[in-house]
Design a protein. Structure first.
Ligand code: GLY
Length: 420
């Protein structure tokens, strides 16, 4: 089977790596890919906004199945487009992708289907937003309605911070933002919960906790994710039943009522308080770096899982997992999430000898003349699996020290809540 993975991040390298172990795979393609996927797949620099170009590439190369990694092409309707040409695609359609594409769409579903989440208001101009904020309690959560690569969320402690956030969003920091969402702040601890679905059957695809803030102690600006560990320290049977019955199943029912269904990965970003889950947001893809953290634990052939999802046969697949603790630390370019240098060489990356259960997944990298260059903010993901989080963490930091990339930085406290 020939599979094409769309995307170029750590998540897509982890997917390529897992698929490359499958006996069913004759050839892998990754579009556009990165320096890591290049070792496993044929990278091809397609324009992800040009669906016709993608479709022609898939047909010309006789690709059997397409896996869409990032949210943007999903929200733009790539799945709907390719399916019109009878191409098998793993990922949600355009309507279902609104769960991530519009935070207001999701909030309206929550209201109608009594899904636990924070109270919210929607505003479409600065004057009304500021008026509302004058009578609000702080902290308060301010979000751009549109896609913002995980960065359009502000937790404002006071009016000054709130005004800064509103101005950034309406002034176009995350693209054209016609609407803004203001939510009550929910107390608790964040957890990422994943399912995989074929439109009829859903299966658990792991749990994780990620560190979104750039600095140690979970301080500083939000990023795409500085590290993660899996499983979440909070997951238990009672909590999982509540997540499924109060949040996931009513959401899937809402999509059914809209005349559609959900196929692909669904990532619920949750706040857990007193063993009760509250929905913060949905993402219509695997998390990044959660994917890099979770996938090395998968025992079942991933190509068979993707195929089963495209053929509505997920009920026939038993998903098996390695019972280990996984931890991931993201190595970033100095300056991220603000300005950082591009095209910086990462010396010695190909010489690092990894032990079994240790992984390096590339994200913002590119290969030129056999050398690896950093071209993005989040550059490499160091992952390790072991019997306990402490050992996994020690393995990861040992490998980071071996690389010793002086143009990069990483958080030294990933997993501090599960490691004393
Ligand atoms: N880890 C956060 C995200 O994938 O959006």
């Amino acid at each position: 089977m020939k599979i094409c993975i769309i995307g170029s991040g750590g998540r897509e390298h982890a997917i390529c790596n897992t698929l490359s172990k499958s006996k069913n795979i004759s050839e892998l393609f990754c579009c556009p890919g990165n320096a890591g996927t290049k070792n496993l797949a044929n990278n091809f620099n397609l324009n992800l906004e040009n669906f016709e170009e993608i479709k022609n590439f898939i047909i010309e190369n006789k690709i059997d199945l397409v896996v869409v990694g990032p949210e943007k092409p999903l929200v733009d309707g790539l799945v709907d487009y390719l399916e019109r040409f009878k191409i098998k695609v793993f990922g949600p359609n355009k309507t279902a992708s609104q769960l991530e594409g519009s935070k207001i769409f999701t909030k309206e579903i929550c209201k109608k289907y009594h899904i636990p989440t924070s109270d919210f208001g929607v505003f479409n101009n600065k004057i009304d937003t500021f008026k509302f904020l004058e009578n609000s309690n702080f902290p308060i959560v301010i979000k751009a309605d549109n896609l913002a690569s995980g960065k359009g969320v502000y937790i404002s402690q006071n009016m000054e911070e709130a005004k800064f956030a509103v101005n950034e969003i309406f002034d176009g920091k995350f693209g054209v933002a016609k609407k803004i969402l203001i939510e009550d702040f929910i107390q608790g601890e964040e957890m990422s919960y994943f399912i995989i679905s074929d439109g009829k059957t859903i299966k658990n695809f792991g749990t994780a906790q990620d560190h979104k803030r750039v600095f140690e102690g979970d301080k500083g600006k939000n990023t795409g994710g500085m590290g993660a560990y899996s499983p979440s320290r909070m997951i238990n049977k009672e909590l999982e039943d509540k997540i499924l019955n109060r949040i996931i199943k009513p959401t899937l029912r809402a999509l059914e009522d809209l005349g559609t269904c959900y196929k692909g990965f669904l990532y619920a970003g949750l706040m857990i308080y007193n063993n009760d889950p509250y929905l913060i947001e949905y993402n219509v893809r695997m998390g990044d770096p959660e994917c890099q953290t979770i996938l090395p634990k998968l025992k079942t052939d991933l190509s068979e899982i993707f195929l089963a999802c495209c053929e509505e046969k997920l009920h026939k697949k038993n998903l098996e997992w390695i019972d280990k603790k996984s931890l991931c630390v993201v190595l970033c370019s100095k300056g991220y999430p603000e300005n950082y240098k591009k095209d910086v060489m990462i010396e010695g990356i190909n010489k690092i000898k990894l032990l079994d259960n240790d992984y390096i997944f590339h994200a913002g990298t590119s290969e030129k003349n056999g050398e690896v260059y950093a071209v993005g903010g989040r550059v490499l993901n160091f992952v390790s699996l072991s019997e306990n989080f402490l050992t996994s963490k020690e393995n990861v930091y040992r490998n980071l020290k071996k690389l010793n990339w002086t143009d990069g930085f990483y958080r030294k406290d990933i997993g501090y809540k599960v490691i004393k």
